[in-house]
Structure formats: structure tokens, C-alpha cells
Design a protein around this ligand. Structure first.
Ligand SMILES: NC(=O)c1ccc[n+]([C@@H]2O[C@H](COP(=O)([O-])OP(=O)(O)OC[C@H]3O[C@@H](n4cnc5c(N)ncnc54)[C@H](OP(=O)(O)O)[C@@H]3O)[C@@H](O)[C@H]2O)c1
Length: 347
């Protein structure tokens, strides 16, 4: 009798072992395909595709990128222009926008007529400002076909120290950070939905068009000490995007929606205490766009486009809280000190 049980137990554990190994191999192969295969035209589904063989005949398709005079937003603008898209750059600094446009034109001399600039403060903008400056005075006035919205603007909006315990926030610090990171993207997305839906209805006989919304979250979405409000708003960005993705699928709206979850990226606002695992904003912009078709075809609600960030985030989700809390606290103390030293130097 005990021999039968031993034999059944051995078979069951072998089958379980085989299934676990198959699952692990499948996940590894999927990870490799996701991060290391690139399609020739990753944004083809979001391009207006009139049946003309002459590229100059083809009406431009635009992307609106919030917070794009610098950092990841500008990296995304470079990648989009390189792929033949027109871009609407939005930031709170008129001179910064002009300089971003000049930098794009220096790289791609033919793109000048397909770069639009919107000067808007994401913290203070009212719903009417968003409607007037982005929709009425830019997209509708210039009759632009926009199929991509990138909710990118964000960051930690505090005077030094950038990293602080929650009891040291004042009410302005709380409100400004929620407005910049969460309120603005919700209102811009709502204002843009009619435009994105109309653009995606412009299908040609050859290929149906879709629209795309990318929303920038962060590894901080899981809760980073000394960054309470930023972490919370980055969780908002991810949850909002994932809810919309499911809602659009359930109701047949042809808009793909993906939350982007980066680790550290080297930008104007994140420039110190970075590891070797931090790509430049330009590299990261390319990675985001290259991963879009793989994320859409897998029905992924969020993605970490850089493979090393994806491993970092998987480890963070996997290790026990007792260890994670200590690791995060140590990393943030180091980072806090480095930012404080930099701030001292700049005084
Ligand atoms: N860098 C990272 O390591 C990292 C990691 C995870 C997630 N992220 C997320 O990625 C996004 C971009 O980050 P980043 O590091 O590239 O930021 P960044 O270098 O600080 O660039 C931010 C952009 O937003 C604009 N901006 C700032 N305040 C604004 C306002 N009130 N109104 C309108 N535009 C404003 C800036 O231009 P002006 O100041 O000229 O207006 C600039 O173009 C953010 O959502 C951030 O949370 C970044």
C-alpha cells in the first residue's frame, strides 16, 4: 500500500516539477522576446495610413507629449519625430519649449512644420485652460490628427530637500504634487478622448487605425519612504491607466492604454545617485516605443520597457517586506544625501 502511495507521490511531484519548469522556461522566453525583439515600425497601428505611396502626401499623425521640453518627454519626442510623427510639446517654460524645438530641428531638419508648442502649467491649469490651449487653439485650430497621448509630465515638486518625511510637507507641497502628477493627467486624458477616438476612426482600406495612451508611472508606485506623495500619485497613474485599458476593451473603444513603470532614468531632475542601471532619457524614449506592440499583443496593462528595470521591479515585488523596507530605506538615505550635497554645491 505504502509503495503505491510513494509511487503516486513521486509521479505527482515529477509532474508538478515539470509544469513549474515549463512555466519558468515560458516566462524566460517571453521575457527575452518582449525585451529583445523590435518590430520595424512599432507604431504602425497609430499612423494614419492613406493609400498613397508617396510619403510626402501622407497626412502627418501627431503625438501629444506632456512635459516634453526635457527629460524622458523630450527623449520620446526625438523617437517619435525620427519615426515620422508630428509632435505637440507641452511644458511650463516658453524658452524651454523653443529650445526643445530647435534641438529637434537640428537633428531632423524637415520636421519644423510638424512641431507644435503648448505653453501650460500642469500644476495651475484649469479644465478650461486644458480645453482651450490644447484642444481648441492647437489641435482643432490646426486640424491635427492626433493618435498618441503620452501623459509624461511629473516629478517631485518641492523646494530642497526633495526627500522628506511626510510630517514635513506643508499643504501647498501636497496639493502641488497631486496636481502635477495626478490631476492634470486625468483632465488631459478626458479632454483628449474625443480627439483620440476620432483619429482612430480614420481607418483606411489597408489597415485599421488605433490610438494609444501611455501614462508614466514609476517603480515608486509601490511606496517609497521619504517620497509619500510622489509614490501615491505614481500609483494613481498606473491604476488610472489600467482601469481605462480594461474599460476600453470592455466597451470596444479602439484606444490602447499602457502604464509605463520605469526605474531610475538619467534626466535633468534625476541626475545623482544613479546606478549603472539607469539609461539616458533618449535611450529610454526609444525603449518605451519599441516595446509598445509587444505590450499590446500580450494585453499587458503596464510595462517596464528596460529589461534591467523589469528585473529590479520583479525583485521588489518578490522579496519579503522585512528585507525590502531596509533596502529601500538605505537606498533613499544615500540618494537623499547625494541630492543634499548637490544642492549645497549649487548654492
Ligand atoms: N527620471 C526618472 O528616473 C523617472 C523614474 C520613474 C518615473 N519617472 C516619471 O517620468 C516622467 C518624466 O520624468 P523626467 O525625469 O523626465 O522629468 P524632468 O526631467 O523633470 O522633465 C520634466 C518635464 O516636465 C516639464 N514640467 C515640469 N513642471 C511642469 C509644469 N508645472 N507644467 C508643465 N510642464 C512641466 C519640464 O519642463 P519645464 O520645467 O520647462 O516646464 C520638463 O519638460 C515623470 O512623470 C516622472 O515621474 C521618471
Amino acid at each position: 500500500m505504502s509503495d503505491i502511495f510513494t509511487s503516486i507521490f513521486t509521479k505527482a511531484t515529477s509532474i508538478l516539477g515539470l509544469l513549474t519548469t515549463c512555466g519558468a522556461v515560458y516566462r524566460l522566453v517571453d521575457f527575452l522576446f518582449f525585451h529583445f525583439t523590435v518590430s520595424r515600425d512599432p507604431l504602425a497601428a497609430y499612423r494614419s495610413d492613406f493609400p498613397s505611396h508617396d510619403e510626402s502626401d501622407r497626412p502627418k499623425t501627431y503625438a501629444l507629449i506632456t512635459g516634453s521640453s526635457g527629460g524622458i518627454g523630450f527623449g520620446l519626442a526625438e523617437s517619435l519625430v525620427r519615426r515620422g510623427f508630428g509632435v505637440i510639446l507641452l511644458s511650463n517654460d516658453e524658452a524651454g519649449l523653443q529650445s526643445a524645438k530647435q534641438r529637434l530641428v537640428r537633428q531632423y531638419p524637415n520636421c519644423a512644420s510638424s512641431i507644435e508648442l503648448v505653453h501650460l502649467d500642469a500644476v495651475r491649469a484649469s479644465v478650461e485652460d486644458i480645453q482651450n490651449r490644447i484642444i481648441s487653439n492647437c489641435i482643432e485650430l490646426k486640424n491635427l490628427t492626433v493618435t498618441i497621448l503620452i501623459n509624461n509630465v511629473g516629478g517631485v515638486l518641492l523646494p530642497s530637500p526633495l526627500f522628506r518625511v511626510f510630517s514635513e510637507y506643508d499643504s501647498k507641497g501636497i496639493d502641488d504634487n497631486i496636481d502635477l502628477n495626478a490631476r492634470f493627467m486625468a483632465h488631459v486624458t478626458r479632454a483628449m478622448l474625443p480627439t483620440l477616438s476620432a483619429s482612430s476612426a480614420l481607418s483606411s482600406s489597408r489597415r485599421p487605425n488605433r490610438s494609444l495612451i501611455l501614462s508614466m508611472s514609476s517603480g515608486a508606485r509601490s511606496g517609497i519612504p521619504w517620497q509619500g506623495i510622489y509614490s501615491a500619485t505614481k500609483a494613481f497613474n498606473a491604476a488610472f491607466s489600467m482601469a481605462l485599458a480594461r474599460e476600453f476593451r470592455a466597451t470596444g473603444v479602439p484606444i490602447d492604454c499602457i502604464a509605463v513603470v520605469p526605474g531610475d532614468v538619467l534626466t535633468d531632475s534625476n541626475y545623482t545617485g544613479l546606478g549603472a542601471w539607469s539609461p539616458s532619457a533618449h535611450q529610454f524614449g526609444e525603449m518605451i516605443l519599441n516595446r509598445v506592440p509587444a505590450a499590446v499583443s500580450r494585453h499587458r496593462l503596464w510595462m517596464s520597457p528596460y529589461w534591467l528595470h523589469a528585473i529590479q521591479i520583479a525583485i521588489m515585488d518578490w522579496i519579503p517586506e522585512t528585507i525590502l523596507c531596509g533596502v529601500l530605506a538605505d537606498k533613499m538615505v544615500d540618494k537623499k544625501l547625494m541630492f543634499e550635497k548637490e544642492a549645497q554645491k549649487q548654492k
